[in-house]
Design a protein around this ligand. Sequence first.
Ligand SMILES: [Zn+2]
Length: 462
Amino acid sequence: MARSSSLPAVLFLLVVLGILAVGGYLFFQDMDPPELTLSPTVEKISSGQPLLVTATDEKSGIKSISVYVRKGGHGKTIFQQEFDGSATTQTVTFNLKEAGFNEGAFDLEVQAADGSFAGFGKGNSITKSYALRLDNTPPRFSIKTQPPYVRRGGSCCIVYSITKDVKETGVMVGEHYFPAYRQPNGDYICFFAYPHFMTSQEFQPQLKAVDLAENTARARVPVYKVNRNFRRDTVDIGDRFLNTKMPEFESLVPGDMSPAERFAIVTRDLRAANAAALLEIGRQSAPSMLWNASFLRQPGATRANFADHRIYTYKKEKLNVESTHLGLDIASTVHSPVGVAASGKVVFAGPLGIYGNLVVVDHGLGLQTLYSHLSDIQVQPGQDLARGDILGLTGETGIAFGDHLHFGITISGMEVEPIEWLDANWIRDNITARLTAAGAEAPDLPAPRPPAASARSGARRR
Ligand SMILES: [Zn+2]
């Protein structure tokens, strides 16, 4: 009697539990589709350019990603991948090589599905559509200037145009990149160097451009190379220099070592780190010329030239380090005021390793001047300077043998022969007249003067 009356109650309870389970499942199940991103976000794309799809679904994981292209009524799946759904994020890469269609507009549809049971096991899915344009045509160059003459260690410039919009262009010299600067008329100006450390066989400048679809073009830049040899010098490091200078470098090159050993490490390793810093500073350049007159030379005697190769001795013993002196040393009276060679903007003012207290002034188009070993800096980064403005006082901070100005010139961070830029005739023949002839804006420098008596007379190391 008792059993027969409880049976309907048990059935009722099971039905209620069943309804709750289904309701709960429906209530708690994942109804949200995955999130989907395509990168890079571009409008133009070349066939080989890798595209990246990232799909994320926190609740149910990613089950599949597919990519479909549609162009002119035809469509094709060019990418399809299934996953077991255990990972909440999946990233896949693909390109358009499989699509096999011509250049022009097309639609890219990217679909991702999660691992939930929604849609009877298909999962929640999302489809995003992107309107893109296939572009496989690399840019082409047209150089508007005659091939430049360039001396080893020196500078030159070219003007060129490109057939299409680019996101990056300039001249490659070995591994070194000299960016070009786009002018208001659409042409590009590029200043580049024949690095002092390259032989004429090694110096093979190449134009490079990367367009918005990542098509890359390269072309040889014809140049007339003029070889030259640089001086070799032996510098004896005395105890007085080591004992007064090396304590300054103990924090930069720490460790238990003799002053002569520290000098070798400073000269070798710190110099390399400082050269890398100059490359970074060299990128901070205005896209137009900030100067409009010849460059001023600091008064005083030339004590060392550009690219003098130095071998060091200590107590007649050769030290295990050599260096190349990448500037002009000019000495006059102690703590002489230093004027900026041409108008520009201060991009660096502070201590930098072997350079001691350093000011770097940008003159635009990658050209910068360096003022090193200063005892006092009187300008701030960001400050605009007019030609001749005083930026500090000479001194002997950093690796300096006595009070002098170390004057350097860089092009996109690479040190070049300053003598060229201190010669108004050279600037006119090699820079401004060439730019003007190619239709670019350039200052009209005063009529040439007869060449000055050699600035090198009396040159000695310092
Ligand atoms: Zn120097």
